[in-house]
Write a protein that binds this ligand. Structure first.
Ligand code: MN
Length: 326
């Protein structure tokens, strides 16, 4: 069961709250869970009005291990959350200014996926369950065009299954709109073959991207048991980090779309145990994985790490995008 609410004015915040109350009642969720859903959807809707002036929110019922729950997905085409670290931080007693912020979304949700593209919009997906459930992987994507640029040539997407998440990151050659054509086509190609292995997705992209400039592309499949399988062509940095140690995902040189990348494609496997994080970054960032070496990343929210990489490593001469899977 799923429902959509358009958020255009203050009254729509109450409409969204009524919708999740109904869904909570129909799904026989406990009172406290329904109250949490109402708080979260109100925070998401208010955030959209305040920062994007409008947006839409999708609500879907879900269940995990027999425990009923709800997934709330908020999408807007605003400027993108400028400072995710601050927006999701718990309010201190002094900074009442942040009341109605997104801290409650983080606090009340079992999991949050976050996708923020500067100048393009924000997507927040929050999942809540009636009782504690085994935690699943979450994905954070933060990207921005090069300073002064209007459109990023980088693109990323993730696909979630019952026991896995698939993530793609693409850097169209050069930057701007034509680069974006190539990176978006890679995403659409992956989207059309949801069951294909990462190296098979890259092979399909190598053929599909022939009419474009081409792109650097990394595709990974991460399961819930601690296995990561991936394939990578071109200079996207990717690695699993744990306790300051980084295991890199090997990449083959070349360009997806050249028609020659598919000849040598091999899958790579890395262990990704609980507590480790997987970081991906386009070459708009210099030494992004060094950020995982200098400090222990355990317990650091993924958006804090992604934002830190963008702020400390991103170059002024290229689009930059960072993906963190925990
Ligand atoms: Mn680049």
């Amino acid at each position: 069961m799923s429902d959509l609410v358009e958020i255009r004015e203050d009254a729509d915040v109450s409409a969204a709250a009524r919708l999740v109350r109904e869904i909570g009642d129909r799904s026989r969720l406990s009172g406290p869970t329904t109250e949490s859903l109402i708080t979260v959807i109100a925070a998401l809707a208010t955030n959209q009005l305040r920062h994007a002036s409008r947006g839409r929110i999708l609500v879907r019922t879900d269940a995990r291990d027999g425990v009923p729950g709800v997934e709330i997905e908020a999408v807007d085409a605003g400027p993108g959350i400028a400072d995710p670290t601050a927006s999701f931080a718990e309010e201190s007693r002094r900074s009442g200014a942040r009341a109605g912020g997104l801290a409650s979304v983080r606090r009340l949700s079992a999991e949050v996926d976050l996708d923020v593209r500067a100048g393009e919009g924000t997507r927040i997906v929050a999942r809540m369950y009636d009782r504690p459930v085994p935690r699943r992987r979450t994905v954070t994507i933060l990207g921005r065009p090069l300073p002064g640029g209007r459109m990023s040539g980088d693109a990323s997407a993730f696909w979630r299954g019952d026991a896995f998440v698939r993530v793609m990151l693409c850097d169209g050659l050069g930057h701007g709109a034509e680069a974006r054509q190539a990176s978006e086509l890679a995403i659409r190609t992956a989207n059309a073959i949801p069951d294909a292995a990462p190296e098979a997705v890259l092979a399909a992209c190598d053929a599909a991207l022939r009419p474009t400039r081409g792109a650097a592309v990394t595709m990974v499949h991460v399961d819930e048991r601690g296995h990561l399988t991936g394939a990578s062509v071109g200079n996207i940095e990717a690695g699993v980090c744990q306790g300051g140690v980084v295991s890199r995902l090997p990449a083959q040189p070349g360009v997806v779309g050249s028609g020659r990348a598919r000849e040598r494609l091999r899958p790579s496997r890395l262990p990704m145990p609980r507590g480790s994080i997987f970081v991906l970054a386009t070459d708009g960032s210099t030494y992004p994985l060094a950020e995982c070496r200098v400090a222990d990343t355990a317990g650091v929210p993924p958006w804090v790490l992604a934002q830190r990489i963008l702020e400390r490593c991103a170059r002024d001469t290229d689009d930059a995008m960072v993906v963190v899977v925990v």
